[in-house]
Design a protein around this ligand. Structure first.
Ligand SMILES: *Cc1c(COP(=O)(O)O)cnc(C)c1O
Length: 221
């Protein structure tokens, strides 16, 4: 199957409120352009250097989503064009994004990444830590960012019930935060969860953004 037919399959399958982000890390410009030609405009990358290199050569109307762990000193390099940063897991990073967005006279959308998986290696706030930050910090003090929702990654496992449980817990944090800290915020609407192996479960548990790479572009390994 071609890149375009895989995208068509996904579009057909995903509910209309779920955004498809094609994860283009490690992929060639040719393969990405095949996705672009189908009308797809949301691309996800997880390394700053690669994102910058691709943004230079690909069309300007692509909406770039940063989905990997982000070092503070790289924020300034992507701030001129990045649309959404999915992987904000500290107050310091949030502050840096606000500062660099301000310098560019831009507003950058961010998602707070919550650690829901069993693996220790995955990034993200511990839920309690995120709640504490939101209780203490006045988020209106950061006018150059827009906190649009939450992001999370499930445990890498074949146990579908475990994955479902983790996505369900992320969705419940999302609802809790939406009705408390973000009650007056009409743009706190996004729940970024689901990848090639688990997007169907994620969608059934309330995802509004799926980040899919291997299914669209083929296995990487
Ligand atoms: C690579 C990556 C994806 C896409 O994974 P696939 O299994 O290839 O669909 C999604 N989210 C993040 C954070 C990633 O790093």
């Amino acid at each position: 199957m071609s890149v375009s037919s895989r995208i068509a399959f996904l579009r057909n399958k995903l509910p209309s409120n779920v955004k498809l982000i094609a994860v283009s890390k490690f992929r060639s410009v040719e393969a990405i352009m095949e996705a672009y030609e189908t009308g797809l405009r949301l691309l996800g990358e997880n390394r700053a250097q690669e994102l910058i290199a691709k943004q230079k050569v690909l069309p300007d109307d692509i909406e770039w989503h940063f989905i990997g762990s982000l070092q503070k000193n790289k924020v300034k390099d992507i701030a001129p064009f990045v649309h959404t940063i999915h992987s904000v897991d500290s107050l310091k990073l949030l502050q840096e994004i606000d500062k660099q967005a301000g310098k560019q006279l831009r507003i950058i959308h961010v998602l707070l990444e919550i650690h829901i998986a069993r693996e220790k290696s995955k990034h993200g706030f511990i839920p309690e830590e995120c709640r504490n930050m939101l209780e203490k910090e006045d988020m209106t003090a950061y006018p150059n960012i827009r906190i649009c929702g939450l992001m999370g990654m499930a445990t890498f496992t074949d146990e579908k019930e475990q994955v479902r449980k983790e996505f369900r817990s992320l969705c419940s944090f999302f609802q809790e935060f939406k009705s408390s800290f973000f009650a007056n915020c009409d743009y706190f609407t996004e729940l970024s969860m689901g990848m090639t192996d688990d997007y169907e479960i994620a969608v059934s548990e309330g995802s509004t953004m799926v980040r899919i790479g291997s299914y669209i572009f083929g296995e990487r390994y």
